[in-house]
Design a protein around this ligand. Structure first.
Ligand SMILES: [Fe+2]
Ligand SMILES: [Fe+2]
Length: 316
């Protein structure tokens, strides 16, 4: 593994921590969405509780963890600016940090747990394979979607020292466009008031620096594991389909796939791909439960998918 990066600097730092009370009306939406009474789609039966025995995405459970999540979003919303995203894309888009296979990346990621996510307290590889296997069961013919389940969170290696050990707020959590007005459906929207772009007339209108139907490809998204993995999958000249890339880039974009915001920026292809993202997303959430996966048993299948869609070694 070649390591060529130093710790990037952050304007405004990680920021001071909010000491205020948790707003009970706001839900933090990272690993999933508010659980409906019954799941509208056929085929997939969602478990009732997550690893901690709580309802999924239940941020009302009194806990230090919940307060940590609100602090997390305050820092995230203050620091995710157009300038920040451009700098991160410029730096990480070089893909000159590491050369490794998809599976090596799964193993590397296994060292981390996502602190923004109230539903997940297990090694990431469990979550990846749970997601992939649940999809495989219901959509046996869509092998690219199984692989999407396996790789969608690999961008979280940004937390690793080999990738500059980015702070959590620059890696995980819900994502949103920058360069245009922050939609009110975005979790903890009030913290955008402290973001310098919020008052910038170039960036704070409905379209901002974009135009109607310009396509989400042309929209800068807040920086994190989603956009990073999208760049990796796209730039390594993979045979991976456009719907898979779309899922990877927007799987934490809850304002889009739960609240239907930002439709005015979408083009025809985005509208098609959004259907797959909505299917994918319920597996991303509900597979975070105590379903144990025998990694060695399923590994040959996933290695064959990796071989089909990606080069043996990727630039990261
Ligand atoms: Fe994710
Ligand atoms: Fe995930």
């Amino acid at each position: 593994m070649t390591i060529l990066i130093e710790q990037p600097e952050f304007e405004g730092g990680i920021g001071e921590r909010n000491k205020g009370p948790v707003d009970e009306n706001e839900l933090v939406l990272d690993g999933g969405f508010v659980v409906p009474e019954t799941m509208p789609d056929e085929g997939f039966v969602a478990p009732d509780t997550n690893s901690f025995g709580h309802t999924f995405r239940d941020y009302h459970v009194e806990s230090e963890r919940q307060k940590g999540v609100e602090d997390f979003y305050r820092t995230n919303h203050i620091n995710q600016t157009v300038d920040f995203v451009r700098r991160m894309r410029g730096e990480y888009g070089k893909l000159n940090k590491v050369e490794m296979s998809i599976w090596e990346c799964c193993e590397l990621l296994n060292e981390f747990v996502d602190e923004s996510d109230p539903d997940l307290d297990e090694p990431q590889i469990e979550h990846l394979l749970q997601t992939a296997e649940a999809i495989r069961k219901d959509y046996p013919d869509e092998d690219w979607l199984h692989l999407t389940g396996l790789i969608h969170d690999l961008g979280k290696v940004l937390l690793h020292p080999a990738f500059g050990e980015l702070p959590q707020w620059a890696v995980v959590g819900d994502t949103f466009p920058v360069g245009c007005a922050y939609d009110e459906s975005i979790v903890h929207h009030k913290y955008f008031l402290e973001n310098p772009d919020y008052k910038n007339p170039v960036y704070n209108t409905k379209y901002g620096i974009y135009s109607e139907g310009c396509g989400l490809d042309n929209v800068l998204m807040s920086w994190g594991h989603d956009d990073y993995m999208y760049l990796v999958a796209k730039e390594n000249k993979s045979a991976f389909p456009s719907a898979g890339l779309f899922i990877i880039r927007y799987h934490s974009f809850y304002a889009l796939h739960r609240a239907d915001a930002y439709k005015h920026l979408m083009n025809e292809e985005d509208i098609e791909n959004l259907k797959w993202l909505k299917i994918f997303n319920k597996y991303d959430l509900y597979s975070k439960s105590k379903v144990r996966i025998d990694v060695e048993e399923v590994k040959p299948y996933y290695l064959s998918l990796i071989k089909k869609y990606f080069p043996a070694k990727l630039k990261w």
